[in-house]
Design a binder for this molecule. Structure first.
Ligand code: FAD
Length: 507
């Protein structure tokens, strides 16, 4: 067994991987276990926005909104490949939230935010602006337009894990935490590898429960890592349909029930629509978009857009579960999205820190807060100072926020056989590391087996070797979204190929 880790983390979602990266960069020794694939929990099932959360202003969540707004440009700069700015159109008509209220909210949004590059709010004449044309004729004369950012959520998780591992962290996927004991001023965490059943116990000075919606299961199950917080699970569904409009702005739609629904340009020719909010019980891994949620989302867009959307148009749907702190009495949509860190420590005992709630947007700040709370129990190590993650690019993000197109052109110059769509996809996913994947290829054939939808053996080998991908599902639904393009037969062939390649590598 290796010596004692400084930090052991349960959960390989955005929060666990963000904490691992920050801690490893500070020179701390880190162990992270994820029971399934990285990001396979809530962190790949979000609306994929790096946003302040205009709606949270209604609940006077100023701390959360301000922290989130400030994070938008910070995250965009460290990951300009997987994060991009986006403009949001908020169509307005009588009977919705009053225009003065929206103007006030957007004014706060603009001014709380420390914006440098994201443009501010403007009012739109929807009878003239292109954004008005896909909407129901004569229904909306005015709209408001504001900025937020879009992120490939699942890749954000993996890039944090990759960087953590590059800085020395041990990242174990398909490895479940099954037992935790406090003894001799340390944690003794037993983990079990999926499929093999092999167990291993690691010692750590501090333990972090970053199990997302499983935070309660970890707290009250055999692990017994108790939290005092009342965790409420709230589920939200999304649907993907052929694109509803021909421009690159998103819409924020106000529903008669007071909820908001986003319609976001997605994967070049699709629209992502979400989300719902309802209380959830059961295993968060088993959550699916229910028929009534799909119908709700179809109705929300059909009442705003000229073209009606029906469940038959839905190409893909998914659902995620968030753990929120709150009493069951309030409506799910009104419970705060802020995070809480709960510390369980006493003299002579190794501390346990549980992370409850939060957003993709605030993962980096959450990681900083975790390390600040644990600092008194951690040794001083040679490493980067607190705050380093705000300015150090994630893997592949080592280029300026204005240089995305230049990256794509550069890739096409070096690899002229790539078609523009494939080159854009590769830069969007891997940034400067796209070149590593393509290596010395001179023709498309040099990239090996073509699995369909521009996925090649070279890319799959990279994902298996560098990004912990084990199954076709990891590749087509989390490292990429090529599951939207590939046939079930193609996915089956990929899965078989990966099994054989994995066995050959002894994985
Ligand atoms: C519908 C929806 C939409 C959202 N949209 C947005 C958005 O647009 N923007 C935004 O900022 N935020 C959004 N969020 C919030 C955001 O997705 C979550 O806050 C974030 O993903 C939580 O990350 P996490 O790491 O805490 O949890 P998770 O991603 O769920 O990670 C926890 C991990 O712990 C693992 N685990 C559990 N138990 C064990 C164990 N015993 N051993 C080992 N591993 C274990 C799980 O497998 C899982 O991978 C949304 C959430 C939902 C539900």
């Amino acid at each position: 067994m290796r010596g004692t880790y400084d930090v052991a983390i349960i959960g390989g979602g955005v929060n666990g991987c963000g904490i691992a990266r920050d801690a490893a960069g500070r020179g701390l020794s880190v162990f992270l276990c994820e029971m399934a694939d990285l990001g396979s929990g809530t962190s790949s099932r979000s609306t994929k926005l790096i946003h302040g959360g205009l709606r949270y202003l209604e609940h006077l969540d100023f701390r959360l909104v301000r922290e989130s707004l400030l994070e938008r440009e910070v995250l965009w700069r460290i990951a300009p490949h997987i994060i991009q700015p986006m403009r949001f159109v908020l169509p307005h008509r009588q009977g919705m939230r009053p225009a003065w209220l929206l103007r006030m909210g957007l004014f706060l949004y603009d001014h709380l935010s420390g914006r440098e590059r994201l443009p501010g709010t403007r009012t739109l004449d929807l009878t003239q602006d292109e954004a008005g044309s896909p909407l129901k004729p004569h229904a909306f004369a005015t709209g408001f337009e504001y900025s937020d950012c879009w992120v490939d959520d699942a890749r954000l998780v993996v890039l944090n894990a990759r960087d953590a591992a590059d800085r020395g962290a041990v990242i174990r996927t398909r490895t479940r935490a099954v037992e935790a004991k406090r003894e001799g001023g340390k944690w003794w965490l037993t983990v079990e590898e999926d499929g093999r059943g092999t167990r291993e116990t690691v010692a750590a000075r501090t333990l972090v429960n970053a199990a997302g919606p499983w935070v309660g299961t970890v707290a009250h199950g055999p692990l017994g890592l108790r939290t005092a917080a009342h965790v409420r699970l709230v589920e939200g569904a999304h649907i993907v349909v052929p694109k509803l409009f021909d421009h690159d702005r998103a819409y924020l739609l106000q529903n008669p029930d007071g909820r908001v629904v986003f319609a976001i340009p997605y994967e070049q020719d699709l629209t992502l629509i979400g989300t719902t909010d309802r209380d959830f019980e059961g295993d968060p891994a088993e959550t699916r978009a229910a028929p009534e949620e799909i119908a709700y989302l179809c109705d929300a867009v059909s009442s705003t857009f000229a073209k009606a959307v029906s469940p038959r148009d839905v190409l893909w749907s998914y659902s995620g579960v968030r753990p929120l702190i709150g009493d069951a009495a309030s409506e799910a949509k009104s419970v705060s999205r802020d995070y809480v860190l709960e510390m369980d420590a006493a003299e002579g005992l190794a501390p346990l820190l549980s992370c409850i709630g939060g957003k993709i947007t605030t993962y980096r700040k959450l990681a900083e807060a975790v390390l600040e709370r644990l600092a008194p129990c951690l040794p001083q190590r040679e490493g980067l100072p607190a705050g380093w993650t705000a300015s150090t690019p994630l893997p592949g993000g080592e280029f300026g926020i204005d240089d995305f197109d230049a990256q794509v052109s550069g890739l096409r110059r070096t690899f002229p056989f790539l078609d523009p769509r494939q080159a854009t996809r590769l830069v969007r996913a891997y940034g400067t590391h796209a070149k590593t994947i393509l290596g010395s290829a001179r023709t498309a054939a040099d990239l090996g087996t073509a699995f369909g939808a521009s996925l090649t053996e070279a890319e799959v080998r990279y994902l298996m070797g560098h990004e912990w991908a084990r199954t076709a599902e990891d590749v087509v639904w989390r490292r990429t979204k090529l599951g939207l393009r590939m046939t079930p037969e193609e996915v089956g062939t990929l899965d078989q190929w990966m099994r054989e390649a994995g066995a050959a590598r002894g994985v």
